[in-house]
Design a protein around this ligand. Structure first.
Ligand SMILES: Nc1ncnc2c1ncn2[C@@H]1O[C@H](COP(=O)(O)OP(=O)(O)OP(=O)(O)O)[C@@H](O)[C@H]1O
Length: 278
């Protein structure tokens, strides 16, 4: 109920929000301080990459971090961190797999016999798995559980928003104009569900060619900051396209990736989380 303080629907110690009533209880072994969703209105803008980078920086700042890979049909988190299943079933639930740098992960790929097996399921079953990742996984004590959202604003994203006790969402955009129209849909969806928007991040903003001091804006200068200002939201920063990032992702060593832009961004993010939500 602590997180309800200040919510317009919280009156006389009771929650009066219709969306909150769908929230699942979660595994009783879990003590998670903040649940943060990482969302985009559209696939492929780097939602999973931003989730992984955020997790790394939080971990480097000594927070206990977990990642719930809510992208059930296109999971990539386990591969980025080079972890393999099967996740173990123990008394009380399923144990997440721990990465080289100590991040707890649950992803559909950790439950499949073969990581290249496709998940060909209809929406309600996929939505059920997201709830299971919350109810059946023994996350234990965490400061931050980051939820890599399913792409788009459809059925599965809606279930994730309704059933997880999200403290806020971070919206990921890329510089193209089309993405901005779509990211606004994601923002409106979160607002409609009364979930605070922590801010917008622009991924794949620019390339910094070696030997040049100016960044090169491959997709044109992004307008995410403008969109954030227009909507009265926080702009969290820009992440460049980096070859090193791709190489580390492909080799399953994303935990080795460091970028100063991301350190600043996460400081900003932590401040915003403390100030605007709690
Ligand atoms: N900043 C970056 N620098 C270099 N490559 C990047 C960057 N961000 C993302 N990528 C690459 O872009 C591709 C898509 O990224 P990612 O899987 O994170 O997107 P997504 O939005 O989660 O996609 P989906 O919606 O399919 O889950 C990946 O191959 C990733 O390596």
């Amino acid at each position: 109920m602590e997180k309800c303080q200040g919510c317009e629907y919280f009156k006389d110690g009771e929650c009066g929000s219709s969306s909150c009533t769908f929230i699942e209880k979660g595994n009783e072994a879990n003590k998670i301080k903040y649940v943060i969703g990482i969302m985009s209105g559209k696939g492929g803008v780097g939602k999973s990459s931003v989730t992984a980078m955020m997790a790394n920086v939080l971990k480097n700042n000594n927070y206990k971090v977990g990642i719930l890979d809510g992208d059930i049909t296109g999971p990539s988190i386990a591969k980025m961190f080079g972890v393999r299943g099967p996740a173990r079933n123990v008394e009380g639930g399923i144990q997440p797999v721990i990465t080289e740098n100590g991040i707890s992960i649950m992803s559909m790929n950790l439950l499949l016999p073969n990581e290249t097996d496709p998940v060909i399921w209809r929406g309600p079953i996929v939505s059920g798995v997201i709830k299971q990742f919350w109810n059946d996984v023994i996350w234990g004590e965490l400061d931050y559980l980051l939820v890599d959202f399913p792409p788009g604003t459809g059925d599965v994203a809606l279930t994730a928003m309704q059933s997880l006790p999200l403290n806020g969402v971070v919206m990921v955009a890329s510089p193209q104009n089309l993405v901005h129209m779509i990211v606004k849909k994601g923002i409106k969806m979160a607002e409609g569900m009364k979930i605070p928007i922590i801010g917008l991040i622009e991924n794949m903003s620019y390339v910094q060619p070696p030997g040049l001091d100016k960044p090169y804006y491959l997709f044109g200068e992004g307008k995410t900051e403008e969109v954030a200002n227009e909507l009265g939201l926080n702009f969290l920063g820009r992440i460049p396209i980096e070859r090193e990032f791709v190489d580390l992702m492909d080799s399953g060593e994303i935990y080795k990736y460091k970028h100063s832009a991301f350190e600043k961004l996460i400081e900003h993010l932590l401040d915003i989380i403390k100030v605007s939500i709690y």
